[in-house]
Design a protein around this ligand. Structure first.
Ligand code: PRX
Length: 635
């Protein structure tokens, strides 16, 4: 990887792949494949799907007769677990590692070969079945980063149940809303999880949440932290007790699923209202995660791949669990975070396990940069061959630090733009693509991105506009679970026939895309996606608050931070203590990641005449920027 004289051919700061990177790459000619996929979308995806195993092949690759309800691999039968686990058992991968886990304190290590993974997943699948869960029913998973979360997800998929993982950093209200909306019969949790040496009392949070979730019949509890927890007889079951029962044996048939059958729902924040349950399917999602990981990170079964995300977000679903295992690689799951107890914790893990490909978020890089390079420099990072970035735009300064200090100037950085909805990478390079720090380069094979103005007309290069996607893709969301109308409105109505991403972006003269940020009421805090509406509803649930508004403002490490404005009820007066209490209130109800940076008391919130809060105006005022068009502002 070097800035060679070829840099003159493209504009800006360009990093070309080295001869060595090109020599090692599976795909040498990006343009040729892009052109082929561009001409024959179905042919491209049919070839990709053919690399996997199907109980029955498809009659049709893409059915677009009922847009935007696209169907992929129509008529095919499969199960993602057949490809993520079962099929490896008949190959040399049987005794290769599927998963490596290390505890936060580094004192425990657990590893699972594909053979062992099959046993663990089958056991958990038998236990879930014994709880009365049937194909198509929902199971909520609310756990820390332990191997059992992977077993639980795969076990649901294996028997055709639909998993709904709720990030273990969320708290009571967020969990309650998600369990209730999905009408889960079963919740799988842990007694607690570790977070920087402290215990998060997951089971207590579940107990609180299910008080208002009538659908829940059973709770399975995995013992991790060992502190006393309440176990309600008949409803709550220790996982280790269940494992001792004869039903919990390591043999369980993998359910034959239709390619279009639901695999999971994952709640994510949208513009307004409550979080949306994004629905993904067995067939298309399987092909999409496999193919993107194969091309973008050149993954093969010799790799030790580490995605530092939490399994509770889409990044963890697609690229800790499903993608790497369908590809037959070894996936690393680390319980802890980057800086506990010291800021070398991740580099210790890279060195200890010989991680070859490392995928993380810009916020983590920015956070680690502040501790200086001495920490990574203590460790042998020579096993790394590729790096990755996801979740928010990476600023060039962080990109260059990551490239130089972690990648030692030899590991290309794959900046991958995608979303919970897209299931898999949408704009991303491959190792042979010249890179520009801060750009995810070009759309993945078979995809065309277009930047348009308010009316949907394409804007000229180097002009900011709305990012839209023109073609359907296999890993696309199929709907918002239980709300088809919202699916159509949210993603396909503003620009008919095209998928609206909710992001603004620019394209440069070389055809490279530069993501600017969300154009809706979504805030990305340390790469985590939160909705202003959820923060506001947490605030107004406090007795002192009459009205509230939340906005995201730039933050040096987090990317964006939450700032809030509240109007108090009569009888309450502003004070620093009350501001602190309100911040804590949001943290307790939603989770620590949603804790506002600050709470400002106002006498009036800027609103349109129809009563909608104008967050845009609050945002401009907070940054000392022009307020823009305020003709709709009341008064
Ligand atoms: O704004 C974009 C940003 O994250 C949003 C999607 O968030 P979520 O559904 O939580 O998925 C995150 C991980 C896939 C997008 O609309 N985003 C994601 N990746 C990038 C990004 N922004 C810039 N560059 C990226 N690589």
């Amino acid at each position: 990887m070097a800035k060679t004289s070829k840099a003159k051919e493209m504009e800006g700061d360009v990093y070309y792949p080295s001869e060595q990177v090109i020599a090692q790459a599976r795909l040498k000619d990006w343009d040729a494949l892009a052109e082929k996929a561009g001409k024959d979308l179905e042919g491209f995806w049919s070839d990709e799907a053919s690399e996997l195993e199907w109980f029955k092949k498809w009659d049709k690759v893409l059915d677009d007769s009922n847009k935007p309800f696209y169907k992929w691999f129509v008529g095919a039968k499969t199960n993602i677990v057949h490809n993520a686990v079962d099929r490896h058992l008949n190959t040399h991968r049987k005794n290769q590692l599927a998963l490596i886990w290390e505890s936060e304190d580094g004192k425990q290590e657990r590893t699972f070969s594909y053979f062992a993974m099959n046993r663990e997943v089958s056991r958990m699948a038998n236990i879930i079945k014994a709880m009365g869960v049937q194909k198509g029913e929902r199971v909520t998973i609310y756990m820390g980063r332990v191997p059992e979360i992977v077993f639980a997800m795969l076990a649901c998929a294996k028997i055709g149940a639909i998993h709904s993982v709720v990030f273990g950093g969320f708290s009571v209200d967020s969990l309650q809303g998600r369990i209730d909306d999905s009408e889960s019969k079963l919740v799988i949790t842990c007694d607690g999880s570790y977070q920087n040496g402290k215990i998060v009392e997951l089971k207590n949070i579940v107990d609180e949440a299910v008080k208002r979730c009538p659908s829940v019949e059973n709770i399975i509890v995995v013992k991790r932290t060992g502190q006393p927890v309440n176990m309600e007889a008949g409803r709550d079951h220790w996982y280790h007790d269940m494992c001792a029962l004869p039903i919990a044996n390591g043999k369980c048939a993998t359910e034959v699923m239709d390619a279009e059958d639901p695999l999971f729902i994952l709640y994510t924040s949208g513009s307004t209202g409550k979080p949306k349950a994004i629905l993904h399917t067995h067939g298309g999602y399987m092909v999409g995660t496999y193919s993107t990981l194969k091309y973008v990170f050149d993954i093969n079964d010799k790799d030790r791949w580490w995605c530092t995300a939490d399994p509770g977000w889409i990044t963890g679903h697609s690229y800790i669990v499903y993608g790497p295992m369908v590809a037959g690689a070894t996936s690393m799951l680390f319980e802890g975070g980057p800086t506990f107890p010291y800021p070398n914790r991740w580099w210790q893990v890279v060195e200890r396990y010989g991680i070859t490909v490392f995928y993380t978020a810009p916020t983590a890089i920015r956070g680690l940069m502040r501790f200086g390079e001495a920490w990574p420099n203590k460790h042998d990072l020579s096993s790394l061959r590729l790096l990755g970035s996801v979740g928010e735009p990476i600023n060039p300064e962080a990109w260059k630090w990551y490239f130089r200090v972690i990648g030692k100037d030899k590991c290309p950085i794959m900046d991958t733009w995608w979303q919970t909805e897209t299931g898999a990478f949408m704009i991303a390079p491959t190792p042979v693509v010249p890179l520009k720090p801060g750009s995810g380069t070009r759309p993945f094979f078979g995809q065309e991105a277009e930047i348009v103005d308010e009316q949907g007309n394409p804007v000229p290069d180097d002009t900011e506009g709305y990012l839209t996607l023109k073609n359907p893709w296999p890993a696309m969301l199929r709907t918002i679970y239980g709300d088809d109308a919202r699916y159509v409105n949210q993603y396909w109505t503003k620009y008919p026939g095209r998928y609206t991403t909710g992001d603004s972006a620019k394209r440069d003269k070389d055809g490279y895309y530069w993501i600017i940020g969300r154009v809706d009421d979504v805030i990305k805090v340390s790469g985590h996606r939160l909705g202003t509406a959820e923060v506001e509803s947490a605030l107004v649930s406090h007795p002192a608050v009459a009205e509230a508004a939340a906005i995201g403002l730039p933050h040096e490490v987090k990317g964006q931070a939450i700032h809030t404005f509240v109007l108090l009820r009569s009888g309450f007066s502003p004070s620093p203590e009350l501001a602190e209490e309100l911040r804590q209130h949001v943290s307790t109800h939603m989770g620590p990641i949603a804790r506002p940076e600050d709470v400002k008391f106002l006498d009036k919130l800027p609103k349109t005449r129809s009563g909608k809060i104008m967050r845009r105006v609050l945002k401009a005022r907070a940054q000392g920027l022009p307020e823009g068009d305020i003709s709709t502002l009341e008064d």
